[in-house]
Design a protein around this ligand. Structure first.
Ligand code: ADP
Ligand code: ZN
Ligand code: MG
Length: 478
């Protein structure tokens, strides 16, 4: 029997507000332990939380970017459980009235576009951190993160492969970067993911029993964990066993999921409305205001690149997926660069250089207007495309503008016929073999000779002119 994987993801994202969700402590990542704390986020008795308006705006912005409806009436609930990193013994979250619901994102797979439903998006507060490593006895607690605003995005069980899960997460991340509500760094924990996975016989319309996987901290580990877990569930089913609903943890080093059942995880949180916080009514005016402030989103930018600039879908996708590259491209085009040329330079040469150096675009010195100027120099035939590659590298490292680099290094293309003839004659004299081949009718032997002439002029010859001159000399018409 063949099995199909069914996956739904729960993604937590920390919002990049200045202050925490319910107090005015700094929400900044890191810091000396327990320096971003106050009686509210330490859960002292008698304190009163006050919601952060910016965090609510951000949750609304994220909801709209994920095509969710915004609830006109929403509220905060207490999710009760005990854990050392949460001194109140409850987390303020949203239970039955999430701020956003019924949205979707579109991912692009080998089989075409797939729409993944977003069941809900709700607001909550982050917990503190327990530190066990390097501690002689017991654990240490750091509450700097306690009370940092979070959104949780819960997908429908619409994901069917481990790769789709990765594409979904990457899409969510890109959208969040575009909206600017979070820096979405998986390595710093500002984006975290839990995965729910079940199997069912192919063709079945019912869902199987799900297992929840926690503790994956990269896109790759989500994909690996799902692949492992699907294989594990399949072998249980094939040997006649049943899947138990449980939470499993991903062990990155061993590449396995392992069961971690414990009483603590029994899902009975006794949610009830937080009596310290009034419900939130969100009128249409507020929604409209947030909608108006939404920046261009990845799918819109993709359409603009394909429809207005005629970029191939592949180019458009690569640029759009990297907010910094897309911004660089837009600025170069705004400064007058031909879009297709700009995209080629960015995708091939610039990206190649960045990969080689292990740097991001902001870490090299080239500016978008430099690229515009470089393309202009090629179009005016001041330099050849080949020389332009060297100029690009120079600009990236020195930050000098391309025109100055060309002038300083004497790289101006040789477009003067008389200046090339002498060099061409030398090339012919030095290569009697290919010359003879050409004269005997092997006309493509000229390619080699053009290459030699380019080399002799250190790439400065205009390739078209080099070709013309060699042909004339060989045919005896000069
Ligand atoms: P809740 O935790 O609110 O009871 P569920 O457990 O039904 O909600 O859903 C939590 C997550 O699990 C969602 O992302 C959902 O898409 C996913 N999910 C629900 N049922 C299944 C299933 N049978 N297989 C895989 N994922 C599922
Ligand atoms: Zn505080
Ligand atoms: Mg949750």
């Amino acid at each position: 029997m063949r099995y199909e994987m069914v996956v739904g993801l729960e993604v937590h994202i920390e919002l990049s507000t200045e202050s925490k969700m319910f107090c005015d402590c700094s929400a900044k990542f890191g810091g000396e332990a327990n320096t971003h704390v106050c009686p509210v986020c330490l859960g002292m008795p008698g304190v009163l939380p006050v919601p952060n308006k910016k965090a609510i705006d951000y949750a609304m912005r994220a909801s709209l970017a994920l095509n969710c409806q915004i609830a006109p009436f929403t509220k905060f609930d207490r999710k009760n459980y005990h854990y050392p990193d949460m001194p109140k013994d409850y987390q303020i979250s949203q239970y039955d009235k999430p701020i956003g619901s019924n949205g979707y994102v579109v991912i692009r797979t080998d089989k075409g576009d797939r729409r993944i439903g977003i069941r809900r998006l709700h607001m909550e507060e982050d917990t503190g951190k327990s530190l066990h490593e390097g501690v002689a006895a017991g654990s240490l607690l750091d509450f700097n993160r306690a009370g940092v605003p979070l959104i949780e995005i819960v997908s429908e069980p619409d994901i069917r492969t481990a790769e789709e899960a990765r594409l979904y997460l990457q899409k969510i991340r890109t959208i969040m970067l575009y909206t600017g509500v979070s820096d979405v760094k998986m390595e710093e924990g500002s984006m975290r993911c839990d995965a729910n996975i079940s199997l069912r016989p192919e063709g079945s319309s019912e869902f199987g029993t799900l297992v929840e996987i926690k503790n994956m901290n990269s896109f790759r580990s989500v994909q690996r964990a799902l692949e492992y877990e699907a294989a594990r569930q399949q072998s249980v089913l094939e040997s006649g066993g049943r899947i138990v609903r449980e939470t499993r943890h991903w062990d990155e080093g061993r590449g396995v999921t392992f069961s971690s059942r414990s009483k603590e995880e029994a899902h009975d949180y006794r949610y009830f409305p937080d009596p310290d916080l009034v419900p939130l009514e969100i009128n249409q005016e507020w929604v409209d205001e947030v909608r108006r402030a939404l920046p261009e989103l990845p799918d819109q930018r993709f359409r603009r690149y394909v429809e207005e600039y005629n970029l191939p879908a592949y180019d458009a996708r690569v640029l759009v997926e990297d907010l910094a590259l897309a911004g660089f491209f837009d600025e170069a085009v705004a400064a007058g660069a031909n879009p297709k040329a700009a995209s080629n330079w960015i995708m091939v040469d610039l990206q190649g250089l960045l990969k080689g150096e292990g740097k991001s675009i902001s870490e090299v010195k080239i500016k978008p207007s430099h690229l515009t100027q470089l393309i202009d120099l090629i179009e005016k035939a001041t330099i050849s495309g080949k020389i332009a590659k060297d100029v690009l590298v120079e600009v990236c490292f020195t930050g000098k503008d391309p025109e100055s680099v060309v002038k300083e290094k004497g790289l101006v293309q040789i477009t003067d016929e008389s200046a090339l003839i002498k060099a061409a004659e030398e090339v012919l004299a030095a290569n009697p073999g290919p010359v003879e081949d050409y004269r005997k009718g092997k006309k493509n032997a000229i390619g080699f000779l053009v290459g030699q002439l380019m080399k002799a002029t250190r790439g400065k010859a205009n390739p078209g002119l080099a070709n013309d001159i060699l042909r004339k000399l060989l045919d005896g018409s000069v």
